[in-house]
Design a protein around this ligand. Structure first.
Ligand SMILES: Nc1ncnc2c1ncn2[C@@H]1O[C@H](COP(=O)(O)OP(=O)(O)OP(=O)(O)O)[C@@H](O)[C@H]1O
Length: 301
């Protein structure tokens, strides 16, 4: 099937077990090209899903298409179109940044000249030109991560999997990497990233998929997920901006107006803001509910 007109991902009943442990259960999902984030608590199955989609691990059941190709039966073709950058930088410490890039370019089948040109270009884009001649062993964690991603881009992949790309980076390096990911998407590549940072998903992703216990707990834009949890909160502030009181509302204009009428009558001078739920609250609601229910069951009334 031609991959150009296909959705980025199309999963229909995807399941995967390790031995007797079911890790992914009946996943159904269609995603268009773009930047997408996979969120979930530890052990939710995020890495397993990325490994299945990037051809590293075979799935057991269901129908799976990545760029229109089956990662199990069309593995080689798909491998030429995707790159996978892991949490642990897979670059060679003993080589320089430039040597790592060249080696990767040659592995992707580029001629020496093309590999050189592409390596120079990517090293510059990732602000690594000054360090290009130095051994990777001397690089900081952020520089290694950037080199790892740059090396994965040398073959011009159409889809880039990033497994927790900014874990352990400081705020500045994280922001720089976000800018790079946006630039990648602007150049036409799609990005599928796993993250534990809700802020990262909120800032970057067109669609967010929440995985919990190997199942899709929710999928949508950040705004859709926030509205799913429902309601808005009216916050009352003093002059210094300190929150005096928070009033939960159902979020409709009528309900907010009703609460504001009561506030205006009792405290006419108080400052007021209306706040939508944060993605953290949504995440807790979606993934914490089961844990909370279990705790309540265990604790006798
Ligand atoms: N190769 C494997 N063999 C056996 N079990 C595995 C294997 N890989 C993962 N698992 C199990 O599958 C479940 C999901 O793991 P996975 O690494 O996909 O989750 P995750 O959401 O990426 O977690 P984390 O955020 O901690 O990396 C876990 O219970 C894990 O122990």
């Amino acid at each position: 099937m031609a991959y150009t007109d296909s959705p980025l991902l199309a999963l229909d009943g995807l399941s995967k077990s390790y031995g007797r442990q079911r890790v992914l259960t009946d996943l159904n999902l269609t995603l268009p090209p773009g930047i997408h984030a996979l969120l979930g608590p530890n052990g939710a199955g995020k890495t397993t899903l990325v490994n299945v989609l990037s051809t590293l691990v075979p799935y057991d059941a269901g129908r799976v298409r990545v760029l229109g190709l089956d990662p199990r039966r069309e593995r080689k073709r798909l491998q030429g179109l995707v790159s996978l950058t892991g949490q642990y930088a897979a670059v060679d410490d003993k080589l320089s940044g430039a040597e790592n890039m060249l080696m990767m370019g040659r592995l992707f089948g580029l001629s020496r000249r093309d590999a050189q040109r592409r390596a120079d270009d990517l090293l510059e884009r990732f602000a690594l030109t000054a360090a290009a001649g130095k051994r990777v062993a001397t690089y900081s964690g952020g520089m290694r991560r950037k080199l790892d991603i740059a090396a994965g881009l040398i073959g011009r992949p159409r889809l880039i999997f990033l497994d927790e790309p900014t874990t352990g980076l400081d705020t500045r390096s994280r922001q720089a990497l976000w800018d790079e990911i946006r630039t990648l998407a602007d150049s036409g590549a799609s990005v599928f990233l796993t993250t534990q940072y809700l802020e990262e998903a909120d800032a970057l992703a067109d669609r967010i998929v929440v995985l919990h216990g190997g199942r899709i707990a929710a999928d949508g834009t950040a705004a859709q997920l926030k509205s799913r949890v429902g309601g808005s909160t009216i916050q009352l502030h003093d002059d210094a901006g300190h929150i005096l009181e928070e009033i939960p509302t159902r979020g409709s204009a009528l309900d907010v107006a009703r609460h504001l009428d009561a506030v205006a009558a009792a405290r006419p001078d108080v400052d007021v803001t209306v706040r939508r739920p944060t993605l953290d609250e949504v995440f807790l609601e979606l993934t914490g509910r089961q844990a909370r229910e279990r705790t309540q069951e265990e604790v006798p009334a």
